[in-house]
Design a protein around this ligand. Structure first.
Ligand SMILES: [Zn+2]
Length: 398
């Protein structure tokens, strides 16, 4: 699966020309968080190909056959995660830490890719801040709590046309990995900041290092065209005239945080979390070598459970689930997916077209096996299952 070095591709992160393609997934649904009302619509959902390539210069990984014009985040995009106590406590502590560390009291916050606005509202509430949130998937009547008049939401994609909006904190969580031209995007953000050198930027993205080392093929999907390691993320910010203030791994080492401040000249400081290209190459090689084996072992496992006449459900209907099911081409082995987000219930996931049900459905369906898409939620789910008095074997997908 390790294919030769290609020269026709250019790294969107650093402009490098030495790209090695190493992973391919064909005909995968282009969206994983868009939900459909019927199974047929879900089965007919638009598809695209993934061809991951690794940049030999900066270590960035990108889908080099990604077509951004296929995607539309403005309709039925269901990405809200605030229905899980585990997730809520993670964002609460992140908001508190940012506010304390950067003295964000009575300040201006700009959030690029604010989703349904939960995090921005939290930052504004906790620090009495003013906020502007920009996201094509924003839904005005979805806001669950009362918001002050100090917060403005714009339902659109961020671009240089919004460079008049500024923040003492510019935050951007789980958005950069959806953007192909990462270099251009971060430079646009830097440009908008201009000479306000006291601003701080905070970006959060998934860490590809874990995906590669755990051979987590379910974390590779079309919506995510850009995959960062600490090294490639830090390099991107340095190249765009930011100085890296801090770089860290969070949420069970699944997410990368970067805190950076705008500078006039290119900074040279390397953070201790940054890996070198040789280490990245090793991780990519390991993933390539072990991917087939991992896919086959999951396929066999699901087939055996089904052939034994047992019922399996997947808990967690987000992108991981869609990628897991489509990459394994799940047919009859799994019929239902469980999720705590009420906006997802009775909808169908794109691709394999399985139906999403609330946790209470488990009482009626009595699944023998429950696969947990993100092991970080295991304890929370175990508790819910215990409370419902259901006997099912819990298997974390890892
Ligand atoms: Zn590069």
């Amino acid at each position: 699966m390790y294919i030769n070095m290609l020269t026709e591709y250019v790294c969107p992160n650093c402009g490098g020309h030495e790209i090695k393609l190493f992973y391919e997934a064909r005909n995968v649904p282009i969206h994983s968080c868009v939900l459909l009302s019927t199974q047929q619509e879900a089965l007919n959902f638009s598809r695209g190909n993934i061809n991951l390539g690794f940049c030999n210069n900066c270590g960035f990984i990108s889908n080099f056959t990604f077509n951004p014009t296929l995607l539309d985040y403005s309709v039925n995009y269901e990405d809200q995660q605030c229905f899980s106590p585990t997730f809520n406590s993670f964002v609460q502590s992140l908001a508190n830490n940012l506010i304390k560390k950067y003295d964000l009291y009575g300040k201006d916050i700009l959030e690029i890719g604010c989703g349904k606005g939960d995090f921005l509202i939290l930052l504004c509430k906790l620090g009495m801040n003013r906020g502007v949130g920009i996201d094509p998937a924003f839904i005005p009547n979805r806001i669950l709590s009362e918001t002050s008049e100090q917060i403005k939401f714009i339902k659109d994609y961020y671009s240089d046309k919004y460079s008049n909006y500024h923040g003492d904190l510019v935050c951007c969580r789980h958005t950069l990995e959806h953007i192909y031209n990462t270099g251009e995007f971060v430079r646009d953000v830097r440009c908008a900041i201009g000479d306000r050198l006291n601003s701080i930027v905070f970006f959060e993205v998934p860490d590809v290092t874990r995906i590669l080392r755990e051979v987590a093929f379910w974390d590779i999907y079309y919506e995510h065209c850009s995959y960062f390691s600490p090294g490639s993320l830090a390099k991107l910010f340095r190249l765009s005239h930011f100085e890296v203030v801090n770089l860290s791994r969070n949420f069970g080492d699944q997410y990368l945080f970067i805190e950076a401040k705008p500078v006039s000249n290119t900074s040279i400081g390397i953070h201790k979390l940054e890996e070198n290209i040789k280490e990245m190459k090793e991780d990519v090689k390991y993933f390539s070598k072990n991917c087939r084996r991992k896919l086959d072992s999951w396929k066999k496992r699901l087939k055996h459970i089904y052939e034994d006449g047992l019922r399996t459900v997947v808990w967690g209907s987000g992108s991981k689930c869609v990628a897991f099911m489509t990459t394994l081409d799940v047919k009859n082995e799994i019929e239902y997916i469980i999720d705590v987000n009420p906006y997802r219930h009775n909808k169908f996931i794109p691709g394999v077209g399985k139906k999403i049900m609330p946790p209470e459905f488990m009482k009626k369906y009595k699944p023998n096996v429950t696969l947990i898409m993100n092991p970080i939620y295991c304890e929370e789910i175990r508790e819910m299952i215990k409370d419902m008095d259901i006997s099912t074997e819990i298997i974390p997908v890892e």
